[in-house]
Design a protein around this ligand. Sequence first.
Ligand code: ADP
Ligand code: MG
Length: 351
Amino acid sequence: MLEDKNRQRTSLAELGEFGLIEHLTENFKIHHSTTEKGIGDDCAVLSSSDKQTLVTTDLLIEGVHFDLSYMPLKHLGYKSVMVNLSDVYAMNAEAEQITVSIAVSNRFPLEAIEELYAGIQLACETYKVDLIGGDTTSSTKGMLISITAIGKANKDEVVYRNGAKPTDLIVVTGDLGAAYLGLQVLEREKQVFKVNPQNQPDLEGYSYLIERQLKPEARKDIPRLLKDLEVKPTAMIDISDGLSSEIIHICKQSKVGCNIYEEKFPLDPQVISTCEEFNIDSTMVALSGGEDYELLFTISINDFEKIKANPNLTVIGHITEENQGMNLVTRANQSIKLKAQGWNSFNEEND
Ligand code: ADP
Ligand code: MG
């Protein structure tokens, strides 16, 4: 539905693998002195420093992780990079390099892969990361993208998932649930389009939600902000699967419990109005929505004064002893056990 039907189509076979790689990567700039050698040899070469090196990989598969009927390829390229950078920032580190591997079927012309790389390049420029290599191969069906990101941090700056302590405050960046709702809106329009291809998608009033779904931004600013505020989180994770499952990761790895408060969840007005329209609970969306790529972290209660005035940061609860369990406290002051996908039914007894 978002496709331009008059595009030029150059077959990938015309260029050959080397021609394709060269063509796609010729305009990428190098930003880091640690990149000794990027694309063009058998390996990239990175110089090491006294810092620690962080490595993370994600594999994205068409039909499983993305749907090209409403995901423009440029956005897909950009988002694929964001997903990886978000993991690096979640360690309180800086991302420096990425590798990109793709498998594409002959259904995709050169122009499609160019679009994908335009998104990857925009991400590299905006976030100052170097594309240093990858692999290019064919697939019998659909597209696969695998990205690896490499980051750096001083040893004493790296933040793991396992450092949360009872009385620590639980903080989220930005707001929650919008990316999931953006996907619901796009899915709805796809169904309408299937029934009547003449229908133009009606996306007015959902711009923030759709932007959060199609063009998420990783929180590169947060490690820097925390440094400026002189706050080192005790634990941190990025919110890719939904608040609930991420807080459970922190609690389990830190061997603690938590109370998070429904009334504290940061929600954009478009999230609230669209939840009303779709007749779904905004708390459920915030807990289980996923793909927000915000950061969730815990800090010592002594650091509260340093963060409390910052509009990017919202305290949503606190860490407790492990035997207190992991709980959502509702507006009605009911305590409900958190589940990876939302929470137990309101009627169920809370153990
Ligand atoms: P090899 O045969 O040794 O695997 P390739 O021909 O696959 O080498 O790759 C040549 C160079 O191009 C390498 O530096 C590799 O990292 C880089 N490269 C290959 N595919 C991609 C891609 N899709 N994006 C970025 N760099 C790539
Ligand atoms: Mg190769």
